[in-house]
Design a binder for this molecule. Structure first.
Ligand SMILES: NC(=O)c1ccc[n+]([C@@H]2O[C@H](COP(=O)([O-])OP(=O)(O)OC[C@H]3O[C@@H](n4cnc5c(N)ncnc54)[C@H](O)[C@@H]3O)[C@@H](O)[C@H]2O)c1
Length: 256
């Protein structure tokens, strides 16, 4: 088991990729803190983990709120006494052009997608230094290859790569590794929200698959396996990296 007796804190673990990471980490022996603003989603993830014989607790937390993140740290330490890895998966996606995006929407998306990683990393770093732990954040292929009508979202995903590299440089000598993952389209509620925002959602979903060399969109579990790798000692010499898990989305345009 790659994460035996490790404590892994996962934000956005109440659904999608975060939930898949939580389930996979628990399968690999970790004690998992399932953090999400959605209480029901977090409880469901914990239920799934416990039903499979794993160990997890739910913690309702808003990653954009410093008081809430401080409470997440406190809950983690009270329950498990340490933190070995932080997986930042919480995010929202506003499907609008800059012209259509209000300042409030811009600030909200920034404060969750980037500010949330800043706050969680800031408050967990003292504890990750103690355990020589690691941070894994969810960026996106949209950091490199943007798509129409999600300008602010693309900006947040590009910012995560810069933040990842900066934290890797600042904290590598303290034994903390920091990486991020750039998934292609993954079959979750977030992707479905994007499809639904398009004029023909079914067509948008089918077309999205064909943007990938593998001619399909990915599964949350396929991203979770890479997150487990990056959080584990298997990645002991990997830091400051943006891991592309995109089914070939970024390789070029596949044949029609
Ligand atoms: N699904 C994709 O196609 C795709 C592709 C590339 C990158 N990503 C990235 O992967 C990550 C996970 O996406 P997903 O597809 O699982 O999305 P999702 O919508 O299924 O899950 C996101 C979770 O974050 C939670 N959340 C939202 N705001 C929060 C807040 N303020 N505090 C705490 N939790 C909050 C939501 O409640 C939800 O459970 C995101 O960072 C996303 O940008 C997803």
């Amino acid at each position: 088991m790659k994460l035996q007796n490790r404590c892994v804190v996962i934000t956005g673990a109440g659904s999608g990729i975060g939930r898949a990471c939580a389930v996979k980490c628990a399968e690999e022996g970790a004690n998992v803190v399932v953090a999400d603003i959605n209480e029901e989603g977090a409880a469901e993830t914990v239920k799934q983990i416990q039903a499979a014989g794993g160990n997890a607790i739910a913690c309702t937390a808003d990653v954009a709120d410093p008081v809430s993140v401080a409470s997440l740290v406190q809950t983690t330490l009270q329950q498990y006494g340490k933190a070995n890895a932080l997986i930042n998966s919480a995010a929202i996606q506003i499907n609008k052009t800059v012209e259509d995006t209000s300042l409030e929407e811009w600030n909200t998306q920034m404060s969750i997608n980037v500010g949330g990683i800043f706050l969680c990393s800031k408050l967990f770093l003292p504890h990750l230094k103690t355990t020589k732990g690691s941070i894994v954040s969810l960026s996106s292929v949209n950091a490199y290859f943007v798509e129409p009508s999600c300008a602010g979202y693309c900006a947040t995903k590009a910012a995560i790569i810069g933040l990842t590299k900066a934290m890797a440089i600042d904290h590598g000598h303290e034994g903390v590794r920091v990486n991020c993952i750039c998934p292609g389209y993954i079959d979750t509620g977030l992707a479905e929200g994007y499809f639904q925002s398009q004029p023909d959602p079914a067509r948008a979903r089918a077309e999205a698959g064909k943007l990938h060399a593998l001619w399909r969109i990915g599964k949350a579990e396929e991203v979770a396996k890479v997150a487990v790798f990056l959080a584990s000692d298997d990645a002991s010499f990997v830091t400051g990296s943006a891991y592309v898990v995109d089914g070939g989305f970024g390789s070029g345009l596949p044949p029609k």
